[in-house]
Design a protein. Sequence first.
Length: 265
Amino acid sequence: GYAHWKGQVLNSDELHELYEGLKLNKVNRYDYVLTGYTRDTSFLAMVVDIVQELKQQNSNLVYVCDPVMGDKWNGEGSMYVPKDLLPVYRDKVVPVADIITPNQFEAELLTGRKIHTEKEALEVMDMLHAMGPETVVITSSDLQAPLGNDYLIALGSHRKTKADGTKVTQRIRVESPKVDAVFVGTGDLFAAMLLAWTHKHPNNLKVACEKTVSAMQHVLQRTIKSAKAQAGEGNKPNSAQLELRMVQSKKDIENPEIIVKATVL
């Protein structure tokens, strides 16, 4: 969200080297892997190799993938990563992921289908399940919320295979109040919180999403209140003032008061 940035970007060779170091020290047993913004196809392919190897170490490992590729502004979608990342996400990454958190635009890219209605969104989530992940959460969408225009819809779907081999799917809708500002890092926070709350409630996507979205609301409300106070009356807050108030929201992140309820569909 800033005009300037410096520093290096980790490449796939460097990632591989770091992983080799973990392996040599036998500290390569993980319960969770979470990935987000990536700009490089070889890096992404390396992530897939590492996740597959980690899953051999621990078959219960859960890979949470936030397939960060782009978003919609005023109804128009555009990618902010190179276009050649899409086939890698679609064909390699999503099939090894257990939980994915695309926004509506990213879900459309991955399936090649546009979403205009909630019914179409549920069909797209089914297509994403068929690609591999048992939990799919469309973190934000431009669908009309039953509660009205001041609300943003997120949709979740959890597909479980029972002992007898039959599949059961739980689907939910979450409507959260829109906050009038552009924040950076909300998707990262969402994916991290969803990882934490699905760990605490592995078979209850409704509760996991309620806690995730409620915590997000607490953080965003605190951030906007603080940003407006810093900017002063009538001034638009800048990027620095809109930095998410994560540390100040520690209690809300650890134990969020549920202020957003999910509807089971």
